[in-house]
Design a protein around this ligand. Structure first.
Ligand code: SF4
Ligand code: FES
Length: 211
């Protein structure tokens, strides 16, 4: 039988599977958290910084990634505080500034997180200007969530990898012995890419667009 533990989320007690993360537990209970680098069939990676929650530890509320944090009995969680909305908005602004988007669903999703910050500070003219600037900046982009790399490895192909460091960090093909980059175009990565960067196939995305 499945072992259950009791957690408290935004003041409500709930029973969740013991062997799960906070993000999965919240999803099981239809509690929404933004999460761009998470996929239910892949190991969590913790790169997008959007799934933040606060957990109570010795009278202090600490910020943690819900996708990486395992549940435990008695865990107390907050999902919607002004501090969390601010942190999510900062993460969203970094994506929007540095990784312009082709996929308008992702772009609007991130802009909404920034709007949440603006709602709390309607008098902040800099923020309002910032969202206008961001809206005009979108073309196409990879957010380096790593979902494509993890999916490619999970299905045993290992054709994709991270390459470079810092602002030069990119997803790239792993070259074969003779330098070839052909992947067979199985499209597994297309189905998990949240940014619309890999549309029809990975070869086209990585060789024709950025590299
Ligand atoms: S190509 Fe898509 S799935 Fe791969 S890292 Fe970039 S955004 Fe993520
Ligand atoms: S879903 Fe947790 S950091 Fe991206």
């Amino acid at each position: 039988m499945q072992e259950l533990v009791e957690i408290t989320v935004d003041g409500k007690n709930m029973a969740v599977s013991a062997d799960t993360t906070v993000l999965q537990a919240l999803r099981e209970h239809d509690i929404y958290l933004p999460a761009l680098c998470y996929h239910p069939h892949l190991e969590a990676y913790g790169s997008c910084g959007l799934c933040l929650v606060e957990i109570l530890n010795d009278d202090n509320w600490e910020t943690k990634h819900a996708c990486l944090l395992k549940v435990k009995d008695g865990l107390q969680i907050r999902t919607d505080t002004s501090e969390l909305r601010l942190l999510r908005s900062w993460a969203a602004k970094i994506f929007l500034r540095h990784r312009p988007f082709l996929n308008h669903k992702t772009e609007n999703f991130l802009l909404n997180l920034v709007q949440d910050e603006i709602k709390e500070k309607p008098e902040d003219e800099n923020l309002t200007k910032c969202i206008k600037d961001l809206s005009g900046y979108m073309t196409e982009g990879c957010i380096l969530c790593g979902l494509c790399v993890r999916m490619c490895s999970k299905i045993g192909k290992h054709h994709l990898t991270f390459l470079g460091k810092g602002k030069n960090l990119r997803i790239s093909f792993v070259r074969g012995k003779s330098g070839e980059t052909s992947c067979g175009n199985c499209r597994a990565c297309c189905h998990v890419c949240p940014a619309g960067f890999i549309t029809s196939n990975a070869e086209q995305a990585f060789s024709a667009k950025l590299y």
